[in-house]
Ligand binder design. Structure first.
Ligand SMILES: [Zn+2]
Ligand SMILES: [Zn+2]
Length: 332
């Protein structure tokens, strides 16, 4: 089955909605931008007008400064150039949205990045049946099956509890992963202060301001070495192996990422404790989502598209790879 829709066009730097003269997740500055979520490979600075969820706008403001933003909450509907546009939760990071477009009786959904697992720091993924489903495929290979989050958190707590004289230093991206890790630790009953590298403080503070409870957080900067013994410390992945970590008591290095499934990636970063925790759908979740959404056509924006293309063909769903440029900078 295929569908004849000519009002939406994939381009290397984004997805163009012709009648609205607007772009989704454009990597170049454009006059009208719809933004799915705040990660740097989707939300860029320098656009004229931006439509996004209130949380994504707040994240963009924190990163790029003030822009002309139109806040569209989940479920809210707007119209640009005759195209009905609404935002629906994607379950990826706080404020992350799938964008639903309706025009001339057809529905197109652009997911941005998404996951299906529960996340204490953002709303769950919503299934929206549509004609064209534009999906990511970051972990689009059958070998990618993310383990249970609780199992990974238990591993981390086990190491923390058995090393009262050391700290556990966990690498986590500043937007989404760090806060989710904190949220998951709190869910597991860990109520000790969690120590933060300076690069994570602002985003954590913004999450708290937007209503996400993260418990007691302390800047590493203001803490003495002894107070961090037996404690969990979070830092951006880039800080794991740099001089900064010398201020911690004999840190055990961990990292929370979907890529920790690949041993070589863990070795590259000298990670002793790889925690497989992703904010993207794994293979089973990607294919289940396509089944759930049941589109006539699937477009695959970025990631490992070949296997997913083949899976779609085997399941009689027309598929195409969009080869967008500049993605996956913060994708894990
Ligand atoms: Zn993302
Ligand atoms: Zn992405």
């Amino acid at each position: 089955m295929s569908v004849d829709i000519d009002w939406i066009e994939p381009h290397p730097h984004g997805i163009y909605i012709k009648p609205a003269d607007a772009w989704i997740d454009s990597s170049k500055p454009v006059s009208k931008a719809l933004v799915t979520h705040g990660h740097a490979d989707h939300a860029r600075g320098g656009h004229g007008q931006v439509w996004a969820t209130p949380e994504t706008l707040a994240i963009m403001e924190l990163r790029y400064g003030q822009a002309i933003g139109h806040a569209v909450p989940y479920g809210g509907e707007i119209e640009i150039g005759g195209v009905k546009i609404s935002f629906h939760s994607a379950g990826h990071v706080l404020g992350s949205a799938q964008i639903l477009m309706e025009y001339q009786g057809n529905k197109v959904v652009a997911t941005g990045d998404y996951k299906r697992r529960a996340d204490p720091t953002c709303a769950p993924f919503e299934i929206i049946p549509c004609d064209i489903f534009i999906t990511e495929a970051t972990f689009g290979l059958p070998v990618f099956k993310h383990p249970d989050t609780a199992t990974e958190i238990a591993k981390l707590l086990q190491v923390q509890q058995t090393h009262p004289d050391r700290s556990v230093l966990v690498g986590a991206y500043a937007l989404g992963k760090a806060q989710r890790l904190i949220g998951e630790l709190r869910l597991a009953g860990y109520d000790e202060p969690i120590f933060l590298h300076g690069a994570l403080e602002k985003m954590c503070r913004l999450y708290t301001k937007l209503g996400i409870e993260l418990g007691e957080l302390r800047p590493v900067m203001d803490s003495d070495k002894d107070s961090m013994k037996g404690k969990i410390v979070l830092a951006p992945p880039s800080a794991l192996n740099d001089r900064w970590s010398r201020r911690l008591p004999k840190p055990i290095t961990a990292m929370a990422s979907g890529w920790m499934r690949v041993r070589q990636r863990a070795r590259q970063r000298n990670v002793e404790l790889p925690l497989i925790m992703s904010d993207h759908a794994d293979w089973d979740e990607l294919t289940q989502t396509i089944k759930d959404v049941s589109p006539k056509e699937t477009w695959i924006t970025h990631g490992r598209e070949d296997a997913l293309m083949r899976w779609c063909e085997l399941n009689q769903i027309k598929a195409k790879a969009l080869a967008l440029v500049g993605r996956e900078e913060e994708d894990d």
